[in-house]
Design a protein around this ligand. Structure first.
Ligand SMILES: [Zn+2]
Length: 254
């Protein structure tokens, strides 16, 4: 895991996986530290302990997918915040099934994972006071039902989780039902002038143009029109794009 300083007291935690890169964030307040996503393995959390010093560590899950919350067992923490729907994914065994499937597919690689369920659940919005800095957590369903974004108003930073992605967002079947809501909420953030830095979990860090690009992609999909995408994309994103279009019944032969 690479730590990258985004501004004083805000660090990106970045990991390169087989098919894509994933990024979390650590925000160091005067009294406590918030770890936004624990990535995919406890070893991804080494280095954070040092950043935190003796301050208590809070964790927030951007959502319950494996690449965002499997590293928690590498931290000493007793406060794990997530959306109600994320809690349900742990409760119903969905996350355990995901782990079992990965352990079966790639023996030994995932032996160290102990799933840690969130214990501070919320449905609307939640503000976390780290001492000297507030972090607002807001639901933004779309990629999955339990997706959150985190906004740090005083520094103009939006941690977008998987709600914004480059080169393109990743849709599931459940995304179709909330596609318009996803677009509308992104539109709200796009218009929020206080947002100066957008930090997604996958792809480039940038400004609000990243949000604009994702709105354009999702709007085209929802209109049944094949969205324009870069000529050169990795196999993962080429496949994701084809799958996104298939979910909307758009033929990829254009
Ligand atoms: Zn992800």
């Amino acid at each position: 895991m690479q730590l990258r300083e985004l501004r004083p007291n805000v660090w990106a935690t970045e990991v390169v996986l087989d098919e894509f890169d994933v990024r979390g964030t650590v925000i160091v307040g005067e009294q406590r530290v918030l770890v936004w996503d624990t990535l995919s393995h406890p070893r991804d959390m080494q280095g954070i302990v040092e950043l935190a010093g003796d301050k208590p560590i809070y964790v927030a899950y951007s959502h319950g997918d494996w690449d965002h919350c499997w590293g928690t067992c590498g931290l000493k923490t007793s406060v794990i915040i997530a959306h109600d729907a994320c809690g349900k994914r742990f409760e119903t065994g969905e996350t355990a099934a995901e782990l079992a499937a990965k352990q079966a597919a790639e023996p030994n690689l995932w032996d160290d994972i102990q799933l840690v369920a969130p214990n501070r659940l919320f449905g609307h919005s939640l503000t976390v006071d780290l001492g000297g800095v507030l972090v607002e957590l807001h639901p933004l369903a779309g990629h999955t039902e339990d997706c959150l974004v985190a906004f740090i108003p005083q520094w103009g930073i939006l941690l977008a989780g998987d709600t914004v992605e480059t080169p393109l967002p990743y849709l599931h079947e459940s995304s179709i039902l909330v596609l318009q809501e996803w677009i509308n909420k992104l539109e709200g953030w796009r218009r929020t002038e206080r947002v100066r830095l957008v930090v997604p979990s996958h792809g480039e860090i940038g400004d609000r143009r990243l949000i604009t690009e994702n709105i354009r992609y999702l709007t085209d999909l929802s209109a049944g029109k094949p969205p324009e995408v870069p000529d050169a994309m990795t196999g993962f994103y080429t496949e994701t794009h084809i799958n996104n279009m298939r979910l909307l019944g758009i033929s990829s032969r254009h």
